[in-house]
Design a protein around this ligand. Sequence first.
Ligand SMILES: Nc1ncnc2c1ncn2[C@@H]1O[C@H](COP(=O)(O)OP(=O)(O)OP(=O)(O)O)[C@@H](O)[C@H]1O
Length: 263
Amino acid sequence: MSTDGAGMDPAVRQTAAQAATGTKTDTLLQTDGLVKRFGGFTACDHVDFSVDEGELRCLIGPNGAGKSTLLKLITGTHAASEGSIYYDGHDITDLEPHERVNRGISMKFQVPSVYGELSVRENVLLPIQRFADGAERRRRVDEALAAAGLDGRGDVKASTLSHGQQQQLEIGMAASLDPDLLLLDEPVAGLDVEERNEIAERVTRLNEERGIAFVVIEHDTEFVADIADHVTVLHQGGIFREGSISEVEADPEVKRIYLGGDH
Ligand SMILES: Nc1ncnc2c1ncn2[C@@H]1O[C@H](COP(=O)(O)OP(=O)(O)OP(=O)(O)O)[C@@H](O)[C@H]1O
C-alpha cells in the first residue's frame, strides 16, 4: 500500500507537489517550510531547500547551524515538526526511513559504521542482504567495491583498512543501494590531504558516472571547492546564503557568522 498520498495517482500527486512548491521537473528533492523543534529549541527553521537531479551540493555553516538535523529530516531519522519534504515529486514527509531508502535516498552518517571483524566484502553485503538473487548481489558487491576504490581488497578484514579507506568503504556501501540521492555527513573529517583527495575523486565519479545527486556536509572548504559548484550556508537553523563557493567565501556576512558572536 502506498503511504505517500492517500490513493492519489502518482502523476497527479507529482503535479500537486510541484504546484505546492513551485518546483521544476528536474528537481529531485524539495523541502517546503521544514521545521524541527527539540522541546522549545528550533534546530531547523522553515527551510526551503532544493536539490536538482544529478547535482552535487555542499551544506556548510557554523557548529550547531542545523546541518545534520536537515539531513536527518530528509532520511526520516527525525520526524518533521512542520512543513513538507518532496522527493521525485512525491510527498515523503511521513514515510519511514526504510521506505525513503527504497525510493532512492541513501546516507552515510558521520559516525563510522563499518564492522572491523568482518571482511570488506561482508560489510558490503550488509545493506544488500535483501536482494535474494545471487547474480544481483554479486553485481552490487562488485560495483560497491569499485565505487569505494577497493577492488581486489574484498577479502581483507575491514579493521585493517585506514580511516580514509573505511570512509571509502562506507561510501561504496551507501552507493550499493543504487540511490539517486546520497547524503554524506562530514566524509573527510580527520583525514589527511591524500585521503581527502581520494574521497573527492570517489564522490565526483559517482556523481559523473552514475548521475547520483549528493548533499555533502563538510567544514573543509578545500574539499568543498574541489567537489561542488553550489553551496548552501545554514545558520541558526535557516538558509543564510546560497551560491558558488567563491561567492560564499567572499561574503563578509558569512565570514561574520563563522567568526561567531551571534549564535
Ligand atoms: N536530538 C536532539 N535533541 C536536542 N537538541 C538537538 C538534537 N539534535 C540536535 N540538537 C541541537 O540542534 C542544533 C543543531 O544541531 P545539528 O547537529 O543539526 O548542527 P550541525 O550544523 O550539524 O552542527 P555540527 O557542525 O557541530 O555538526 C544544535 O544546537 C544541537 O544541540
